[in-house]
Design a protein around this ligand. Structure first.
Ligand code: ADP
Ligand code: X2W
Length: 309
Protein backbone atom coordinates (compact mmCIF):
# COMPACT_ATOMS: atom_id res chain seq x y z
CA UNK A 1 0.00 0.00 0.00
CA UNK A 2 3.04 2.24 0.13
CA UNK A 3 4.23 4.60 -2.52
CA UNK A 4 7.06 2.15 -3.26
CA UNK A 5 4.54 -0.55 -3.94
CA UNK A 6 2.57 1.62 -6.25
CA UNK A 7 5.65 2.69 -8.13
CA UNK A 8 7.24 -0.70 -8.48
CA UNK A 9 4.69 -2.87 -10.19
CA UNK A 10 4.44 -2.97 -13.96
CA UNK A 11 5.47 0.64 -14.04
CA UNK A 12 9.22 0.54 -14.57
CA UNK A 13 8.57 1.70 -18.10
CA UNK A 14 7.47 5.09 -17.03
CA UNK A 15 10.88 6.16 -15.79
CA UNK A 16 11.42 7.04 -19.44
CA UNK A 17 12.43 10.63 -19.98
CA UNK A 18 12.25 10.73 -23.76
CA UNK A 19 9.45 9.84 -26.10
CA UNK A 20 11.58 7.11 -27.70
CA UNK A 21 12.08 5.44 -24.31
CA UNK A 22 8.45 5.89 -23.39
CA UNK A 23 6.98 4.54 -26.63
CA UNK A 24 7.01 0.83 -25.73
CA UNK A 25 5.18 1.69 -22.55
CA UNK A 26 2.66 3.96 -24.19
CA UNK A 27 1.89 0.88 -26.29
CA UNK A 28 0.54 -0.71 -23.10
CA UNK A 29 -2.59 1.35 -23.75
CA UNK A 30 -2.64 0.96 -27.53
CA UNK A 31 -6.30 0.50 -28.59
CA UNK A 32 -7.17 -0.06 -24.93
CA UNK A 33 -10.25 1.56 -23.46
CA UNK A 34 -9.80 4.00 -20.60
CA UNK A 35 -13.03 5.17 -18.98
CA UNK A 36 -12.61 8.61 -17.47
CA UNK A 37 -15.09 9.88 -14.93
CA UNK A 38 -14.93 13.66 -14.87
CA UNK A 39 -16.51 14.81 -11.62
CA UNK A 40 -18.39 18.04 -11.14
CA UNK A 41 -15.90 19.14 -8.50
CA UNK A 42 -12.98 18.47 -10.83
CA UNK A 43 -14.40 20.71 -13.57
CA UNK A 44 -13.56 24.04 -11.94
CA UNK A 45 -12.79 26.99 -14.17
CA UNK A 46 -13.11 27.01 -17.95
CA UNK A 47 -9.33 26.81 -18.33
CA UNK A 48 -9.31 23.54 -16.33
CA UNK A 49 -12.06 22.07 -18.54
CA UNK A 50 -10.15 23.14 -21.65
CA UNK A 51 -6.98 21.49 -20.37
CA UNK A 52 -8.93 18.32 -19.57
CA UNK A 53 -10.36 18.30 -23.10
CA UNK A 54 -6.90 18.82 -24.62
CA UNK A 55 -5.53 15.87 -22.62
CA UNK A 56 -8.44 13.66 -23.74
CA UNK A 57 -7.63 14.56 -27.35
CA UNK A 58 -3.96 13.78 -26.76
CA UNK A 59 -4.86 10.35 -25.34
CA UNK A 60 -6.95 9.62 -28.43
CA UNK A 61 -4.07 10.66 -30.70
CA UNK A 62 -1.72 8.39 -28.73
CA UNK A 63 -3.89 5.40 -29.61
CA UNK A 64 -5.91 5.15 -26.37
CA UNK A 65 -9.69 4.91 -26.60
CA UNK A 66 -10.96 7.36 -23.98
CA UNK A 67 -14.63 7.21 -22.97
CA UNK A 68 -15.73 10.11 -20.78
CA UNK A 69 -18.53 9.85 -18.21
CA UNK A 70 -19.19 13.13 -16.47
CA UNK A 71 -20.82 14.26 -13.25
CA UNK A 72 -22.20 17.67 -12.44
CA UNK A 73 -23.39 17.40 -8.85
CA UNK A 74 -22.28 20.94 -7.86
CA UNK A 75 -23.76 22.32 -11.09
CA UNK A 76 -27.15 20.65 -10.32
CA UNK A 77 -27.01 22.02 -6.76
CA UNK A 78 -26.28 25.54 -8.06
CA UNK A 79 -29.30 25.37 -10.38
CA UNK A 80 -31.52 24.01 -7.59
CA UNK A 81 -30.26 26.78 -5.25
CA UNK A 82 -31.47 29.36 -7.73
CA UNK A 83 -34.93 27.82 -7.48
CA UNK A 84 -34.63 27.78 -3.67
CA UNK A 85 -34.54 23.97 -3.51
CA UNK A 86 -32.08 22.26 -1.16
CA UNK A 87 -30.98 18.68 -1.83
CA UNK A 88 -30.57 15.92 0.71
CA UNK A 89 -27.91 13.29 0.19
CA UNK A 90 -27.95 9.74 1.51
CA UNK A 91 -24.59 7.90 1.23
CA UNK A 92 -23.51 10.48 -1.38
CA UNK A 93 -26.67 10.03 -3.49
CA UNK A 94 -29.01 12.96 -4.14
CA UNK A 95 -32.59 12.32 -3.08
CA UNK A 96 -34.33 13.09 -6.38
CA UNK A 97 -38.02 14.00 -6.60
CA UNK A 98 -39.74 14.63 -9.96
CA UNK A 99 -38.83 18.34 -10.09
CA UNK A 100 -35.23 17.66 -9.07
CA UNK A 101 -35.06 14.99 -11.78
CA UNK A 102 -36.07 17.54 -14.41
CA UNK A 103 -33.39 19.98 -13.27
CA UNK A 104 -30.77 17.22 -13.01
CA UNK A 105 -31.45 16.04 -16.56
CA UNK A 106 -31.41 19.59 -17.90
CA UNK A 107 -28.07 20.31 -16.25
CA UNK A 108 -26.41 16.95 -16.95
CA UNK A 109 -27.65 16.04 -20.45
CA UNK A 110 -28.00 19.65 -21.51
CA UNK A 111 -25.45 22.11 -20.18
CA UNK A 112 -22.63 19.93 -18.86
CA UNK A 113 -22.70 17.14 -21.47
CA UNK A 114 -22.76 19.46 -24.45
CA UNK A 115 -20.06 21.67 -22.99
CA UNK A 116 -17.61 18.82 -22.43
CA UNK A 117 -18.28 17.28 -25.85
CA UNK A 118 -17.82 20.74 -27.36
CA UNK A 119 -14.52 21.38 -25.55
CA UNK A 120 -13.18 18.07 -26.84
CA UNK A 121 -14.29 18.89 -30.39
CA UNK A 122 -12.68 22.35 -30.09
CA UNK A 123 -9.45 20.97 -28.64
CA UNK A 124 -9.36 18.28 -31.35
CA UNK A 125 -10.19 20.55 -34.25
CA UNK A 126 -6.85 20.42 -36.03
CA UNK A 127 -6.53 16.65 -35.53
CA UNK A 128 -10.19 15.90 -36.34
CA UNK A 129 -10.87 14.34 -32.93
CA UNK A 130 -14.50 14.93 -32.01
CA UNK A 131 -16.51 14.66 -28.82
CA UNK A 132 -19.93 13.00 -29.11
CA UNK A 133 -22.36 13.88 -26.30
CA UNK A 134 -24.80 11.18 -25.19
CA UNK A 135 -26.78 10.23 -22.12
CA UNK A 136 -27.80 6.81 -20.88
CA UNK A 137 -31.07 7.45 -22.72
CA UNK A 138 -29.42 7.36 -26.15
CA UNK A 139 -29.64 4.08 -28.07
CA UNK A 140 -30.79 2.29 -24.90
CA UNK A 141 -27.33 2.72 -23.37
CA UNK A 142 -28.28 2.51 -19.70
CA UNK A 143 -31.13 0.55 -18.11
CA UNK A 144 -31.59 1.06 -14.38
CA UNK A 145 -33.74 0.01 -11.47
CA UNK A 146 -34.74 2.15 -8.54
CA UNK A 147 -32.09 2.28 -5.84
CA UNK A 148 -33.14 1.08 -2.43
CA UNK A 149 -31.39 2.10 0.77
CA UNK A 150 -31.97 1.25 4.39
CA UNK A 151 -30.78 3.21 7.40
CA UNK A 152 -30.47 2.21 11.01
CA UNK A 153 -32.32 4.44 13.45
CA UNK A 154 -29.59 5.55 15.92
CA UNK A 155 -31.90 5.17 18.96
CA UNK A 156 -33.94 2.05 18.23
CA UNK A 157 -31.29 0.47 15.92
CA UNK A 158 -34.19 -0.63 13.71
CA UNK A 159 -33.50 -0.61 9.96
CA UNK A 160 -35.94 1.41 7.87
CA UNK A 161 -36.16 2.03 4.15
CA UNK A 162 -35.17 5.46 2.82
CA UNK A 163 -36.92 6.54 -0.39
CA UNK A 164 -34.37 8.22 -2.67
CA UNK A 165 -36.98 9.01 -5.36
CA UNK A 166 -35.77 8.80 -8.94
CA UNK A 167 -32.31 7.47 -8.15
CA UNK A 168 -31.30 4.42 -10.15
CA UNK A 169 -28.69 1.65 -10.24
CA UNK A 170 -27.51 0.30 -13.60
CA UNK A 171 -28.90 -3.16 -14.39
CA UNK A 172 -27.90 -3.32 -18.04
CA UNK A 173 -25.41 -1.49 -20.23
CA UNK A 174 -25.96 -1.74 -23.98
CA UNK A 175 -22.59 -0.45 -25.11
CA UNK A 176 -23.07 -1.20 -28.82
CA UNK A 177 -23.13 2.47 -29.76
CA UNK A 178 -20.07 3.30 -27.65
CA UNK A 179 -18.16 0.32 -29.04
CA UNK A 180 -19.07 1.42 -32.57
CA UNK A 181 -17.84 4.94 -31.89
CA UNK A 182 -14.51 3.94 -30.37
CA UNK A 183 -13.81 1.16 -32.87
CA UNK A 184 -14.18 3.38 -35.93
CA UNK A 185 -11.00 3.17 -38.00
CA UNK A 186 -11.83 6.22 -40.08
CA UNK A 187 -13.07 8.61 -37.37
CA UNK A 188 -11.66 9.74 -34.02
CA UNK A 189 -14.77 9.96 -31.88
CA UNK A 190 -14.73 10.36 -28.10
CA UNK A 191 -18.02 9.39 -26.44
CA UNK A 192 -19.09 11.70 -23.59
CA UNK A 193 -21.83 10.19 -21.42
CA UNK A 194 -24.23 11.95 -19.01
CA UNK A 195 -25.32 9.83 -15.99
CA UNK A 196 -29.01 9.49 -16.77
CA UNK A 197 -30.73 6.09 -17.10
CA UNK A 198 -34.10 4.66 -18.03
CA UNK A 199 -36.07 2.10 -15.97
CA UNK A 200 -38.12 -0.75 -17.41
CA UNK A 201 -41.26 1.40 -17.08
CA UNK A 202 -39.66 4.05 -19.29
CA UNK A 203 -39.11 6.59 -16.49
CA UNK A 204 -35.97 8.68 -16.32
CA UNK A 205 -33.59 8.20 -13.37
CA UNK A 206 -30.70 10.13 -11.91
CA UNK A 207 -27.64 7.91 -11.48
CA UNK A 208 -24.45 8.68 -9.61
CA UNK A 209 -21.84 9.39 -12.27
CA UNK A 210 -19.19 7.20 -10.62
CA UNK A 211 -21.63 4.29 -10.75
CA UNK A 212 -22.31 4.87 -14.45
CA UNK A 213 -18.59 5.04 -15.18
CA UNK A 214 -18.07 1.75 -13.34
CA UNK A 215 -20.89 -0.02 -15.17
CA UNK A 216 -19.62 1.23 -18.52
CA UNK A 217 -15.99 0.35 -17.71
CA UNK A 218 -17.07 -3.17 -16.73
CA UNK A 219 -19.14 -3.60 -19.88
CA UNK A 220 -16.28 -2.34 -22.08
CA UNK A 221 -13.69 -4.37 -20.11
CA UNK A 222 -11.67 -1.19 -19.83
CA UNK A 223 -7.97 -1.39 -18.99
CA UNK A 224 -8.30 1.53 -16.60
CA UNK A 225 -10.99 3.61 -15.06
CA UNK A 226 -9.89 7.03 -13.86
CA UNK A 227 -12.15 8.80 -11.36
CA UNK A 228 -11.23 12.49 -11.53
CA UNK A 229 -12.27 14.41 -8.44
CA UNK A 230 -11.13 17.27 -6.19
CA UNK A 231 -8.85 15.41 -3.78
CA UNK A 232 -5.37 13.98 -4.55
CA UNK A 233 -6.58 10.47 -3.66
CA UNK A 234 -8.24 8.45 -0.92
CA UNK A 235 -7.18 9.35 2.61
CA UNK A 236 -6.68 6.71 5.28
CA UNK A 237 -7.58 7.05 8.98
CA UNK A 238 -4.29 8.97 9.52
CA UNK A 239 -5.26 11.55 6.88
CA UNK A 240 -2.50 10.41 4.50
CA UNK A 241 -3.24 9.54 0.87
CA UNK A 242 -3.18 5.78 0.29
CA UNK A 243 -1.35 5.09 -2.98
CA UNK A 244 -2.60 1.57 -3.64
CA UNK A 245 -5.31 -0.60 -2.14
CA UNK A 246 -7.19 -3.84 -2.73
CA UNK A 247 -10.97 -4.13 -2.99
CA UNK A 248 -10.88 -5.52 0.57
CA UNK A 249 -9.08 -2.38 1.81
CA UNK A 250 -11.64 -0.20 0.02
CA UNK A 251 -14.53 -2.04 1.64
CA UNK A 252 -12.97 -1.63 5.10
CA UNK A 253 -12.49 2.13 4.59
CA UNK A 254 -16.25 2.44 4.02
CA UNK A 255 -17.18 0.14 6.92
CA UNK A 256 -14.84 2.00 9.28
CA UNK A 257 -16.33 5.37 8.31
CA UNK A 258 -12.98 6.66 6.97
CA UNK A 259 -14.46 7.11 3.50
CA UNK A 260 -17.61 9.21 3.71
CA UNK A 261 -20.00 11.17 1.44
CA UNK A 262 -19.09 11.19 -2.24
CA UNK A 263 -16.10 8.91 -1.60
CA UNK A 264 -18.46 6.01 -0.80
CA UNK A 265 -19.94 5.63 -4.33
CA UNK A 266 -16.43 6.11 -5.73
CA UNK A 267 -14.97 3.20 -3.77
CA UNK A 268 -18.04 1.02 -4.31
CA UNK A 269 -17.74 1.70 -8.03
CA UNK A 270 -14.04 0.92 -8.00
CA UNK A 271 -14.68 -2.42 -6.26
CA UNK A 272 -17.49 -3.37 -8.65
CA UNK A 273 -15.47 -2.38 -11.73
CA UNK A 274 -12.42 -4.39 -10.66
CA UNK A 275 -14.67 -7.39 -9.95
CA UNK A 276 -16.20 -6.94 -13.43
CA UNK A 277 -12.77 -7.25 -15.05
CA UNK A 278 -11.39 -3.71 -15.15
CA UNK A 279 -7.66 -4.07 -14.50
CA UNK A 280 -7.37 -1.10 -12.14
CA UNK A 281 -9.28 1.97 -11.01
CA UNK A 282 -7.52 5.17 -10.01
CA UNK A 283 -9.02 7.99 -7.93
CA UNK A 284 -7.12 11.21 -8.61
CA UNK A 285 -7.29 15.00 -8.60
CA UNK A 286 -8.71 16.15 -11.94
CA UNK A 287 -7.70 19.76 -11.27
CA UNK A 288 -4.03 18.83 -11.21
CA UNK A 289 -2.48 19.74 -14.58
CA UNK A 290 -2.25 16.70 -16.86
CA UNK A 291 -3.40 14.38 -14.05
CA UNK A 292 -4.46 11.63 -16.48
CA UNK A 293 -1.17 11.71 -18.37
CA UNK A 294 0.80 11.63 -15.12
CA UNK A 295 -1.24 8.62 -13.98
CA UNK A 296 -0.98 6.63 -17.20
CA UNK A 297 2.52 7.52 -18.37
CA UNK A 298 4.70 8.11 -15.30
CA UNK A 299 6.27 5.80 -12.78
CA UNK A 300 4.69 7.29 -9.68
CA UNK A 301 1.25 7.73 -11.16
CA UNK A 302 -1.23 10.04 -9.47
CA UNK A 303 -3.79 9.35 -6.80
CA UNK A 304 -5.01 6.06 -5.33
CA UNK A 305 -5.07 2.86 -7.34
CA UNK A 306 -7.61 0.13 -6.52
CA UNK A 307 -6.82 -3.38 -7.79
CA UNK A 308 -8.12 -6.87 -7.11
CA UNK A 309 -5.07 -7.84 -5.07
N1 ADP B 1 -11.31 9.04 2.93
C1 ADP B 1 -11.52 10.03 2.06
N2 ADP B 1 -10.50 10.44 1.26
C2 ADP B 1 -10.65 11.45 0.38
N3 ADP B 1 -11.82 12.13 0.21
C3 ADP B 1 -12.87 11.79 0.99
C4 ADP B 1 -12.77 10.71 1.93
N4 ADP B 1 -13.98 10.59 2.54
C5 ADP B 1 -14.78 11.52 2.01
N5 ADP B 1 -14.16 12.25 1.05
C6 ADP B 1 -14.78 13.34 0.30
O1 ADP B 1 -15.15 12.86 -1.00
C7 ADP B 1 -15.13 13.97 -1.89
C8 ADP B 1 -15.16 13.49 -3.34
O2 ADP B 1 -16.46 13.06 -3.68
P1 ADP B 1 -17.47 14.05 -4.49
O3 ADP B 1 -17.58 15.36 -3.76
O4 ADP B 1 -18.72 13.30 -4.75
O5 ADP B 1 -16.62 14.30 -5.80
P2 ADP B 1 -17.03 14.41 -7.34
O6 ADP B 1 -18.01 15.53 -7.47
O7 ADP B 1 -15.73 14.67 -7.99
O8 ADP B 1 -17.61 13.06 -7.73
C9 ADP B 1 -13.91 14.72 -1.46
O9 ADP B 1 -13.94 16.08 -1.81
C10 ADP B 1 -13.89 14.54 0.07
O10 ADP B 1 -14.49 15.63 0.70
C1 X2W C 1 -28.02 10.05 -7.70
C2 X2W C 1 -27.01 11.15 -7.71
O1 X2W C 1 -26.50 11.54 -6.68
N1 X2W C 1 -26.71 11.67 -8.91
C3 X2W C 1 -25.76 12.72 -9.08
C4 X2W C 1 -25.44 12.83 -10.56
C5 X2W C 1 -24.30 13.76 -10.85
C6 X2W C 1 -22.99 13.31 -10.22
O2 X2W C 1 -22.79 12.16 -9.85
O3 X2W C 1 -22.07 14.31 -10.19
P1 X2W C 1 -20.62 14.31 -9.48
O4 X2W C 1 -19.86 13.21 -10.05
O5 X2W C 1 -20.10 15.65 -9.85
O6 X2W C 1 -20.84 14.17 -7.98
C7 X2W C 1 -26.32 14.06 -8.55
O7 X2W C 1 -27.52 14.31 -8.66
O8 X2W C 1 -25.52 14.87 -8.06
Amino acid sequence: MSEENRASEERGWATARTLAEALPYIQVYDRETVVIKYGGHAMGEESVARQFAADVVLLKLMGVNPVVVHGGGPQISAMLDRAGVKSNFVDGLRVTDADTMQVAEMVLSGAVNKEIAHWITMAGKEADVRGVGLSGKDAGLLTVEKTTRTKKDPDSLIEHEVDLGFVGEPTKVDSKLIKGLIASESEDWVPVVAPIGVAADGRTYNVNADTVAGALAGSLKAKRMLLLTDVPGVKGADGEIIRQMTVGDASRLIDDGVATGGMIPKLQTAMAAVRAGVEAVVILDGRRPHAMLVELFTETGAGTMVKAR
